[in-house]
Ligand binder design. Structure first.
Ligand code: GDP
Ligand code: MG
Length: 187
């Protein structure tokens, strides 16, 4: 079974992404405060075989102590050597590359090791909140911001995301060409 580690700062739609994949509400989501405080494994039977999605608490929610606690939980509960790929989740509608996103990237790298980025799929949520004519540019910008930042904090190791996906967890049919979400596992 292929295991995918979901990471990203709080509120970007990690748990909602799991619900989109399953087509039902199984991972708790929250509008105003973070609600994923534990590591949860969700097994899913995709058209490309069984996969397991590992939901994690979002970082940069509170203080560093809170981040440390969450990172410790990931280290304790997830066998990183067994994960097939990392889904890094970011909001496409953020208008800039935010300091708390940078902090999330550096804390993840520092605690889990840069190997978590060796096979990463970038998932950009809230895609429907960005007007159609700005989506390509916003995607390119975020992709490069994250990649350049990772390069900077890992002494120039080079990261090319394996793939990137634009999704919207709330609005179905947000794009004419939207593929079924399970296609994401066709890696
Ligand atoms: N419009 C829109 N809202 C979303 C999307 N993904 C998540 N949300 C909302 O954003 C909030 C936080 O989502 P959640 O999945 O709990 O984020 P997490 O902290 O990363 O697990 C919830 O109110 C979701 O309904 C999306 O793609 N589009
Ligand atoms: Mg969550």
């Amino acid at each position: 079974m292929r295991k995918y580690l979901l990471v990203g700062r709080t509120g970007v739609g990690k748990s909602s992404f799991i619900n989109s994949v399953f087509g039902e509400y199984i991972a708790e989501t929250a509008k105003y405060e973070a609600c994923t405080r534990v590591i949860e494994h969700y097994a899913y039977n995709s058209p490309w075989g069984d996969v397991c999605l590992i939901d994690t608490p979002g970082l940069a929610e509170d203080d560093l102590e809170c981040d440390n606690k969450y990172l410790g939980l990931i280290q304790q509960k997830v066998n990183l050597k067994q994960t097939f790929a990392t889904f890094y989740i970011s909001r496409l509608d953020d208008t800039r590359f935010r300091p708390d996103e940078k902090r999330t990237l550096s804390r993840l790298t520092e605690h889990l090791g840069s190997q978590i980025w060796s096979r990463t799929i970038l998932i950009l949520t809230f895609a429907a909140s960005v007007p159609f004519h700005r989506r390509d540019e916003a995607t390119k910008q975020r992709y490069e911001d994250i990649r350049n930042y990772l390069r900077q904090i890992t002494y120039n190791q080079s990261y090319n995301f394996h793939d990137y996906w634009l999704i919207d967890n709330m609005i179905e049919d947000w794009a004419d060409s939207a593929l079924p979400i399970s296609t994401i596992f066709k890696l």
